[in-house]
Design a protein around this ligand. Structure first.
Ligand code: CTP
Length: 435
């Protein structure tokens, strides 16, 4: 994985260096996504990490110890009862000899056993015996992921200090659609790099980690202070456009990137007004949050928050609204109703062209093709200073990782694959430099 550009943002530029020379104990669970563990091993080796592979009995149904060992250039451990292992390196020592334990794919069963402290095979015993940080990368059927039992186990693991990535959303091998797909390998690499950083540095550089939906830690008492005295406005999340009292038009935006930016701005000392569409995320410390539902509500809230020094429009605002019916539309003999769409106000464009224009106006562009060309056109059309462009065909919605380009009049910069918290930290540094 490579990341170009400015090295001052720390985490992003440090990503390959932080992995180099580290030992990753990789537990490969049993699932169709196990084949992606092979790709992960290749990336880890390329980044200069040592990989100690552990293959569960079910994992071995999907990938062979031979291919895993060949790519890792290391012996694959499979059994707790391997006496030779016990003689040369017991499971206690094995579990503690690594800098990080990565479980990929983490199956529902493996997470359930880890959450309840079971030790009935090598993988679960290693997880119980270790004091090394653990990163789990789940992959499973959408219903299994959403089941209250799995969600309970994930919450328990997170409470125990394990980093559990949220799976990606999309078409699944089993033919269903939803969250449950293994995160993309660059996102896993970014999470590994983040988990290898010393805790102090991670807090300082990343601030509010969106890798886990936990209550974020309070920002350092002193703050970093680069944006002290500045007022920043952030929009985040989707908007919902009511069709009738029970239905709406919406989109897949999770709000994670916008919330991470608001958190990083507050940690840098800015006064932050966060205008959030309907999302279930905790409010970052030190941020004033205004919840809205529709695009028109969001436009009004933005207008009321002006003037500000910088506006960052991360929200996925619905382009169209419907003429809302006053009561629930019932199925009738006339067939499905036609929805008459009206264009919503473009909040970013009106802020950028308005009398109260902030010194810095930043928009986001979610595209599914021709990324840079589309973002450059958007920059001009909306009169923004910068557009942060991302390709949403790669499953960005709801994920913890992002691969963005900063597009400005000076051209396009590729920021490489990074966590949303890293993107936020880097953007805030650039804002501080520009203001
Ligand atoms: N945006 C906005 N108000 C809207 C639509 C979009 O403020 N009504 C902002 C978004 O917050 C984002 C940027 O404009 O910062 C780009 O949004 P995007 O949905 O990618 O662009 P659109 O203008 O909707 O163009 P298109 O969908 O045609 O690509």
């Amino acid at each position: 994985m490579t990341n170009g550009g400015d090295s001052r943002s720390g985490v992003v530029a440090a990503t390959p260096a932080v992995v180099q020379g580290k030992t990753i104990l990789l537990i490969v669970g049993g699932g169709i996504a196990a084949f992606k563990a092979l790709e992960l091993v290749r990336e880890l080796r390329r980044a200069g990490a040592r990989v100690t592979p552990v293959l569960t009995e079910n994992g071995a149904r999907f990938v062979t110890a031979l291919s895993l060992g060949a790519l890792a250039e290391a012996r694959v451990r499979t059994s707790l009862w391997d006496l030779e292992d016990e003689a040369s390196m017991g499971h206690i020592q094995l579990s503690r000899s690594a800098d990080l334990i990565v479980v990929c794919p983490a199956t529902a069963d493996l997470m359930a056993r880890a959450a309840t402290g079971q030790a009935n095979d090598l993988a679960s015993t290693l997880l119980l015996a270790t004091d090394t940080p653990v990163l789990m990368v789940p992959a499973m059927n959408v219903r299994m992921w959403l089941h209250p039992a799995t969600q309970r186990n994930v919450a328990q693991l997170r409470g125990d200090g394990v980093t559990v990535l949220d799976p990606d959303e999309g078409d699944m091998a089993c033919g269903e659609f939803g969250p449950g797909r293994l995160s993309a390998v660059p996102a896993i690499m970014a999470a590994i790099a983040e988990n290898l950083l010393p805790a102090r540095l991670r807090e300082e550089l990343v601030g509010f980690s969106v890798a886990q939906d936990r209550t974020p830690p309070a920002p350092p008492a002193s703050g970093r202070g680069e944006l002290k005295g500045r007022h920043a406005l952030v929009t985040a999340g989707p908007t919902h456009e009511a069709i009738d009292p029970v239905r709406y038009i919406g989109n897949h935006s999770s709000g994670k990137q916008g919330f991470a930016i608001a958190a990083a701005l507050a940690a840098a000392g800015a006064r932050v007004t966060l205008i959030a569409g309907p999302v279930a995320l905790p409010t970052p410390p030190g941020v004033t949050r205004i919840d809205v539902t529709s695009a028109r509500d969001m436009a009004a809230a933005v207008d009321a928050a002006l003037p500000v020094d910088v506006a960052i429009m991360v929200a996925a605002v619905a382009d169209w609204r419907v003429e809302t019916a006053g009561s629930k539309i019932k199925k009738g003999s006339g067939g499905p109703p036609a929805l008459h769409l009206t264009e919503n106000p473009d909040i970013l464009a009106s802020v950028a062209s308005g009398a109260n224009r902030p010194r810095l106006v930043i928009g986001f562009a979610a595209e599914t093709g021709n990324l840079i060309a589309q973002a450059t056109a958007k920059l001009a059309r909306k009169r923004a200073d910068w557009i942060i462009a991302n390709d949403v065909s790669q499953g960005v919605f709801g994920a913890d990782a992002n691969h963005v380009h900063l597009v400005s009049a000076a051209g396009a910069e590729d920021w490489g694959a990074a966590s949303k918290a890293e993107v936020a930290a880097r953007l805030v540094q650039r804002i501080a430099d520009a203001l």
